[in-house]
Design a protein around this ligand. Structure first.
Ligand code: MAN
Length: 502
């Protein structure tokens, strides 16, 4: 009651000059009519006495009669604000429920006027002003420096794009020449094949058979080696998983009623008891011995002139050897005569035909890899690299930091790792955040992924890593790529009063 009377007295006192809580430019809205009456601002049909303004009782539905008290409820639809003059700093508005609540809200009312009833908040505007000036000076200098780094990155990105464009043009040009060359060779081959005659004495049938066999055997050997490596890798993986599960079965807490763990342990135990004994695995060595036996047999079947090889480790090589022996006996042809009509009709040897085939094969391989390079580079040129395509400038750059128990490594257009665990591969950049997806699968959860929010700073630095959802990470990355020119007002709006220094 005493407090209420005090507020009333104070408000009335201030009312005689100014309506408390109202900015100077709106004071005139509180002028009463000659008969001492005043109308609510948003509902002029409601008329009250001038003395009811700031009387700590809410008369107007819009709360306009209580600008200097917290009598009218603050709601999001009808927010009520109190004006703090903050002489020497900047005037500000504070939510009315913070008025006379016993707390000095210096972040908004550095003059302490929000606690006018008790008057226990001394004016701290000078110190707040000092902090503000210092912050502005530092923030502006930092921003200038960061923007300089960013400008360098933008120009680096531009250079990288130009370089890529030139490289692509060069490959495309070379590719065009190679494709023409291929065309020419294919025509040459057709002609050579037409002109070549099958000579049973040259053994062309066995020659092409051997050639086929050579290729086939090499392919079989390659496939077998790959299959065998694939199988070894899988065996290792299974062993790893088994040992992890064995560890779980040994160490889990049976008193802890986690049904999925219990079921997992039970199934693992059944799996172990049903697991067959280790079988003997076929090895590449055994395969090679069988193939070598076969090669030796082949040796005895071939005409004597070709049976000059004793021990050759791979049957593919062996057959290839016979094949080379065979074609080396053919005579070369003169390929310099280019016009078919000028040419005498020579008998073109199979060796020459095969020579062209070999060249075609090589060229096709080269064209294939060039084609792939063109596709990759075209994708890179068209990709989304954010505003000013700035990400081109940081391609290949990594930022690393130990936070908590893990070391995080972040590669801009690459991936993020938590120690050696893949958190995600770069997927997109929306101008503010980098998105990384398809990381290592979480134990009974989703694949790991991360959103990297960027904030402006001169150097790249991982500021924080959190895991709001299991295996879904949120990074705050300080980086110059996030910087943009800010107005003084925008910089000022980020100032926060350091209350501990007041
Ligand atoms: C590891 C880390 C954590 C993650 C758990 C999920 O410990 O990758 O971040 O929450 O796995 O099992």
């Amino acid at each position: 009651m005493f407090q209420f009377i005090a507020i009333l007295a104070l408000a009335t006192l201030v009312l005689s000059q100014n309506v408390i809580g109202v900015p100077p430019e709106s004071q005139n809205l509180y002028n009463a009519s000659k008969d001492g009456k005043w109308r609510c601002l948003l509902d002029p049909s409601i008329v009250i006495l001038e003395s009811q303004i700031n009387d700590n009782f809410c008369d107007c539905p819009d709360g306009s009669d209580e600008p200097g008290t917290n009598a009218c409820e603050f709601t999001s639809e009808n927010p009520q604000y109190f004006y703090c003059a903050n002489d020497g700093y900047f005037p500000k508005f504070i939510e009315n429920y913070k008025v006379n609540d016993g707390v000095c809200d210096y972040d908004l009312c550095c003059d302490g006027s929000d606690e006018y009833a008790s008057g226990h908040c001394e004016n701290k505007c000078a110190e707040v002003r000092r902090q503000y000036e210092e912050y502005m000076k530092q923030a502006e200098t930092k921003l200038v420096k960061a923007l300089k780094v960013k400008a360098e990155l933008v120009s680096k990105a531009e250079q990288a794009k130009n370089k890529l464009t030139k490289k692509l043009a060069k490959i495309k040009k070379a590719l065009k020449i190679d494709k023409e060359k291929l065309n020419e060779l294919e025509n040459n081959l057709k002609e050579a094949e037409n002109a070549s005659e099958e000579d049973p004495e040259e053994g062309s049938t066995s020659h092409s058979l051997l050639e086929e066999l050579s290729k086939y055997m090499e392919e079989v050997e390659n496939q077998f080696t790959r299959l065998s490596e694939f199988s070894s890798r899988n065996v290792k993986r299974i062993q790893q998983l088994e040992s992890m599960l064995a560890e779980l079965a040994k160490n889990y807490n049976p008193n802890f009623n986690d049904l999925s763990v219990k079921q997992c342990v039970k199934q693992f135990e059944e799996y172990i008891s049903d697991r067959p004994q280790e079988e003997e695995r076929p090895t590449t060595e055994k395969f090679k011995i069988s193939m070598s036996d076969f090669a030796k047999k082949l040796n005895t079947l071939l005409p004597e002139s070709y049976s000059q090889v004793s021990i050759i480790p791979s049957v593919g090589n062996m057959v290839h050897y016979y094949y080379t022996q065979l074609i080396s006996s053919f005579k070369p042809i003169d390929t310099t005569i280019s016009h078919p009509e000028n040419r005498p009709k020579p008998k073109i040897s199979s060796k020459a035909v095969n020579g062209i085939k070999e060249q075609i094969k090589k060229l096709q391989k080269k064209i294939k890899s060039q084609d792939a390079e063109v596709r990759v580079d075209e994708d890179k040129l068209e990709g989304n690299y954010g505003p000013d395509e700035i990400l081109r400038a940081v391609e290949g750059e990594w930022v690393s930091k130990k936070i908590g128990e893990y070391t995080y490594k972040l590669g801009f257009l690459d991936a993020i790792y938590q120690d050696n665990t893949l958190i995600g591969r770069f997927a997109s950049f929306d101008g503010e955040s980098l998105h990384f997806t398809k990381g290592k699968k979480c134990w009974s959860g989703p694949q790991r992924s991360a959103i990297v929010e960027t904030i402006c700073g001169r150097a790249n630095d991982i500021i924080s890593v959190t895991e709001p959802e299991k295996c879904q990470y949120k990074f705050i990355l300080q980086t110059p790529i996030a910087c943009s020119a800010l107005s003084r007002e925008e910089i000022a709006s980020r100032f926060k009063v350091d209350l501990t220094k007041l």
